[in-house]
Ligand binder design. Structure first.
Ligand SMILES: NC(=O)c1ccc[n+]([C@@H]2O[C@H](COP(=O)([O-])OP(=O)(O)OC[C@H]3O[C@@H](n4cnc5c(N)ncnc54)[C@H](O)[C@@H]3O)[C@@H](O)[C@H]2O)c1
Length: 254
C-alpha cells in the first residue's frame, strides 16, 4: 500500500472522525500528511501516525480563516517542498433548525465552515498543487449534498454547494492536471453523529431509524471514507474528475 509515496497531503478537520481516519489511511499509503484542525487534539492523531511509522505533522487551523489557510499551506510547502493532495473535510452539523425560525447567525456559521471553508481551501491550496505539477482535491460533501433532510436546511445547502463547487473547480483545473472530486458519505459513526443523536430526546429511536434507512442496515465506519479518499487521491483514479463518489450503504439509491 504505497500508492501515495512521495506525495504531500493536507487534511482539514483531522482531529476527529473521518478526517483522522483519512489522515491515517493516506499515511499508510506512503503520503506525508499535514493534519489540520481547530482542535489541538489533532496533535495526538499526528503523533500516533508517526509512532506507527508514518510521516505526519499537525497544525492548528480554522478553515474559516484566510490567514490560517495561508499559513497552513505555506508551512506544508516550506516543510515538505510540495503539496499534491488536499482533503477539504472539516465540517459542522450545526444542529436541528426548522426553517420557520432558523436564525441567520446559525445559517452563516454552518455555511462559513462547510462551504466558505472549502472555497478557501481551493483558493489557497490550488496554486501550490498546480506548482507541484498537478494533484488531487477531495471535498467531503454528504448524502445531504444530494438529497434533502428536514431540519437541516443550512447543512444541505452547504453540502449541495460543495457538490457543484467541486464540479466547477474540476473543469477549471483539468488543464492543470488537478483532479477535483466529491465524496458523499451516508451516516458514519463519528462524534458528529453521536453528538447530534445524544442531543435529542428520541436519539436512540432516531439511530435505529437512520440505520434502517441505509439498505446495508448499519452506519458506515470512518475507515470506509478514508479508503475512498485514498482511492481518489491515487493514480487508480487518474481518469476521474468532477465526480460524486457516493459511500452511503445504498441510502441514496432508494
Ligand atoms: N459522520 C457523518 O455521518 C458524515 C456524513 C456525511 C458527511 N460528513 C462530513 O464529513 C466531515 C467530517 O465529519 P465527522 O463526522 O468526521 O465530524 P467530526 O465532528 O467527528 O469531525 C469534524 C472535525 O472538523 C473540525 N472542525 C470543525 N470546524 C472547524 C473549523 N472551522 N476549522 C477547522 N476544523 C474544524 C472539528 O474540530 C473536528 O475535528 C464533515 O464535513 C461532515 O459534514 C459526515
Amino acid at each position: 500500500m504505497t500508492r501515495l509515496s512521495g506525495k504531500v497531503a493536507l487534511v482539514t478537520g483531522a482531529a476527529s472522525g473521518l478526517g483522522a481516519a483519512t489522515a491515517r489511511r493516506l499515511a499508510k499509503e506512503g503520503a506525508t500528511v499535514v493534519l489540520t484542525d481547530r482542535d489541538i487534539v489533532g496533535e495526538d492523531i499526528a503523533a500516533h501516525i508517526v509512532d506507527t511509522g508514518g510521516r505526519a505533522v499537525f497544525r492548528l487551523h480554522d478553515v474559516t480563516s484566510q490567514p490560517d489557510w495561508a499559513a497552513a499551506v505555506e508551512h506544508a510547502v516550506a516543510d515538505f517542498g510540495r503539496l499534491d493532495i488536499l482533503v477539504n473535510n472539516a465540517g459542522v452539523a450545526g444542529g436541528n433548525h426548522e426553517l420557520m425560525d432558523h436564525s441567520f447567525d446559525a445559517w452563516r456559521q454552518i455555511l462559513s465552515v462547510n462551504l466558505d471553508g472549502v472555497f478557501l481551501g481551493l483558493r489557497h491550496a490550488g496554486p501550490r498543487i498546480a506548482a507541484s505539477g498537478g494533484g488531487s482535491v477531495i471535498n467531503i460533501s454528504s448524502i445531504l449534498g444530494k438529497v434533502g433532510m428536514a431540519g437541516a436546511a443550512a447543512y444541505c445547502a452547504s453540502k449541495g454547494g460543495v457538490t457543484l463547487l467541486t464540479k466547477a473547480a474540476a473543469l477549471e483545473w483539468a488543464p492543470l492536471g488537478i483532479r477535483v472530486n466529491s465524496i458523499h458519505p451516508g451516516f458514519i459513526d463519528t462524534p458528529m453523529v453521536s453528538g447530534a443523536l445524544a442531543g435529542r430526546e428520541d436519539g436512540n429511536e432516531m439511530r435505529v431509524a437512520l440505520m434502517a434507512a441505509h439498505p446495508l442496515g448499519r452506519f458506515g465506519v470512518p475507515k470506509e471514507i478514508g479508503d475512498a479518499v485514498a482511492f481518489l487521491a491515487s493514480d487508480d483514479a487518474s481518469f476521474i474528475t468532477g465526480a460524486e463518489l457516493v459511500v452511503d450503504g445504498g441510502y441514496t439509491a432508494q
